[in-house]
Design a protein. Structure first.
Length: 341
């Protein structure tokens, strides 16, 4: 296999507690020529923590932004600075199992983007997972032909479905040919603070990228209850809806691709309506929440389903007695029978 260098780019904001693990895992990969950390104007010790992980090989570069611009702008700053053959994004919360990048490179054919299935581990189970892993789960995995992603399938796979946390293909972290990125002038949409990966991959596919997914090679996504993606705002969702709307207007799309973007847009608008109802209820009470919800009749089914599911989770977590189990069963039945998703 010819030598192929990789730049790992890490956008970080107030990530002092995890950034050193991410950097160490990147620098442990012999294929990494550059590990570029872009600090998005953190107000904690993120930079110091990243520098403590430096292994002295002069591959670590830390860029500090003067103002918080969001992960898209931070990643663009890293793209502008890197020189390697491939680019790979690593979230500051996450890390690589040793050998992940070698396993990916072994599977590269003519791919512009090659992703492996991510391994999602809840933060409170990370120690147990690491002990159980013991280097054996991923290392012996045989090569796989993988799945070729087409634009329509990619867009539809990013419509959230309950019970599938962080499983949308927009969360994948492929290795990407820097030549393709530069030739097509691809950059992350700096307006987006939610779905920036989804938008980047969608634009890559619209530009003709060959995008393939293979089995897990060792990207560990640490699921945290306080992650930025779990705190997205109505404004963030609205910008994502604007992206879909702009794509729908692209005259180069075929009918199925345009239909897929419309489906994703509808799902996003339902989420926006639900969050507006929740915001109204929080600010002005239940009646205000109901009145706000009533303004979006096409989203009522989604909102009722989400409210029921939130109640279901609260009871499941907080009540273990017989009364709680009875309520769980009744709400589960409501969700199943309503068919509102």
């Amino acid at each position: 296999m010819p030598s192929r260098s990789i730049a790992v780019i890490i956008a970080a904001f107030n990530s002092a507690s995890t950034i050193d693990r991410a950097v160490r895992s990147a620098l442990a990969e012999s294929e990494v020529r550059e590990c570029i950390v872009v600090d998005d104007a953190s107000d904690d010790t993120t930079i110091a923590s990243a520098l403590r992980a430096d292994d002295g090989t002069k591959r670590l570069k830390v860029i500090q932004l003067s103002e918080n611009r969001g992960p898209a702008s931070a990643r663009n700053a890293a793209l502008d600075a890197c020189t390697s053959d491939y680019v790979c994004v690593l979230d500051a919360d996450d890390y690589f199992i040793p050998g992940r990048l070698r396993r990916l490179l072994e599977r590269v054919t003519d791919d512009d983007l090659l992703a492996d299935d991510i391994i999602i581990v809840p933060e409170d189970q990370l120690n147990a997972f690491t002990t159980a892993l013991n280097g054996n789960i991923v290392g012996g995995m045989p090569p796989s032909a993988g799945i070729k992603l087409e634009l329509s399938d990619f867009i539809r796979s990013n419509i959230p479905r309950r019970g599938r946390p962080r499983a949308e293909t927009g969360f994948l972290k492929p290795i990407m040919k820097r030549d393709f990125i530069e030739r097509t002038k691809l950059r992350y949409d700096s307006v987006l603070r939610l779905g920036e990966d989804y938008a980047f991959y969608a634009r890559a596919l619209m530009a003709g990228a060959k995008f393939r997914i293979v089995g897990a090679c060792g990207y560990i996504a640490v699921e945290r209850s306080n992650s930025l993606s779990s705190r997205h705002s109505i404004a963030d969702l609205s910008e994502l809806a604007n992206f879909d709307s702009a794509c729908i207007a692209n005259e180069n799309l075929n009918d199925d691709q345009r239909a897929a973007f419309r489906e994703h847009l509808r799902a996003t608008k339902k989420n926006i309506a639900f969050r507006r109802a929740l915001s109204a209820r929080s600010a002005d009470g239940l009646l205000a929440g109901i009145a706000t919800a009533a303004k979006h009749p096409s989203s009522l089914g989604y909102m009722i389903s989400e409210a029921l599911y939130a109640r279901y989770r609260k009871i499941r977590i907080g009540m273990e007695n017989r009364e709680g189990r009875d309520k769980l069963d009744s709400i589960r039945l409501l969700i199943g029978e309503a068919g509102l998703r």
